[in-house]
Design a protein around this ligand. Structure first.
Ligand code: UDP
Ligand code: MG
Length: 332
């Protein structure tokens, strides 16, 4: 499947509609009913044809059944069931591929992103924005550490990468069909969505909002997976760490040279016998550490190249339901 040869404008998969709301879900059965109520109330007031794209990211609880029951009742639901848990980024990609809307809103299932803002986002879109980012004015219900680390992470990422990623914007955003199409042309496997969103450019509007605590259920991110996501983000959008390794090598080599000169000078001038066991061990350990770290970094990028060259699909679809019944497609 080569995205580059797709028709322009590409045919949306389920026939056109005005608005799609894409929601990735992993073990969210507790929040689905409340979420469904609130979103439908908002969408019904829009007076425009809409669809809800619910992506089940291989949940292990009742999520698929809840989604299925909803999709049988409500023809506005497009349900996409992935074959296993592929992660939020892949689930989003799947949702975008199945969304038919001229505008597509992405949001979390846990109502941390208030659906009541959708009409405002649509307004910005109608005024000509292809991407409407939602910037968090506050993040209630999140720990101090998570807020601080997120803040510093975005600062760092922006400092070292070529694309400008607006700080404090999550995945909650609206994309025009053009933006969705642009995203689909980035067919890399390591999908750091926030970076991809920023990479495509296009006219962008920003709306500020207050991020609320989760309505029910628990967060799917622990600090380790957040760290991994951050690391993914950096290595996907910047080769600066490699340069740090190079710079570190140059600096240590230079210091080593100075040290060597000093030892020689000391021996010649003062006739000092060389007594370097502790300094030798220290140097070896330091250099060994720097070397291993650099090799690890290079390995990280090589590994990335490896997983990209395999050209595996980003996700596998188990089932799709559209207009109240199974759509009988299985494309990844
Ligand atoms: N999610 C997903 N697949 C995963 C992990 C999370 O589809 O492997 C979804 C999850 O169901 C939710 C959204 O991504 O709709 C955000 O997850 P969560 O609320 O746990 O993250 P947080 O808001 O705490 O950053
Ligand atoms: Mg959340």
């Amino acid at each position: 499947m080569n995205a580059l040869v797709k028709k322009w404008p590409p045919e949306p998969p389920g026939g056109p509609t005005e608005l799609s709301v894409v929601i990735p879900m992993y073990n969210e059965h507790e929040v689905i009913p409340a979420m469904y109520e609130r979103i439908t109330t908002v969408l019904a007031r829009l007076n425009a044809p809409y669809e809800l794209v619910l992506v089940d990211d291989g949940s292990r609880d009742g999520t698929p059944n809840v989604i299925k029951a909803l999709a049988e009742k409500d023809k506005a639901i497009t349900a996409v069931f992935l074959s296993r848990n592929f992660g939020k980024e892949a689930a989003l990609t799947a949702g975008l591929a199945h969304a038919a809307g001229a505008a597509v809103v992405i949001m979390d299932a846990d109502l941390q992103d208030p659906p009541e803002l959708i009409p405002q986002m649509m307004q910005e879109w109608k005024k000509g924005a292809d991407v409407v980012c939602m910037r968090r004015r506050s993040r209630r219900g999140e720990s101090w550490f998570k807020r601080r680390s997120a803040h510093h992470f975005y600062r760092l990422l922006n400092a070292i990468s070529d694309v400008e990623i607006p700080p404090d914007t999550g995945d909650f955003r609206l994309l025009s069909r053009k933006a969705v199409y642009a995203l689909q042309q980035l067919n890399e496997r390591n999908r750091y969505m926030k970076g991809l969103f920023a990479w495509i450019g296009l006219p962008t509007a920003i709306i500020e909002y207050d991020r609320l605590p989760r309505v029910a259920g628990v967060t799917k991110w622990d600090y380790l997976s957040l760290f991994n996501l951050a690391f993914q983000g950096i290595t996907s959008f910047s080769v600066a760490p490699l340069r740090v390794a190079t710079a570190g090598g140059v600096i240590t080599a230079f210091l080593g040279l100075l040290f060597a000169l000093w030892i020689v000078a000391k021996a010649l001038v003062l006739g000092d016998p060389v007594q370097g066991y502790p300094s030798l061990i220290a140097m070896i350990t330091i250099l060994g550490g720097v070397q291993l770290l650099s090799i690890g970094l290079v390995g990280e990028y090589v590994g990335k190249t490896y997983s990209e060259t395999k050209q595996r699909p980003v996700y596998i679809v188990r089932d799709v339901m559209r207009h109240g019944r199974a759509a009988g497609e299985n494309a990844g």
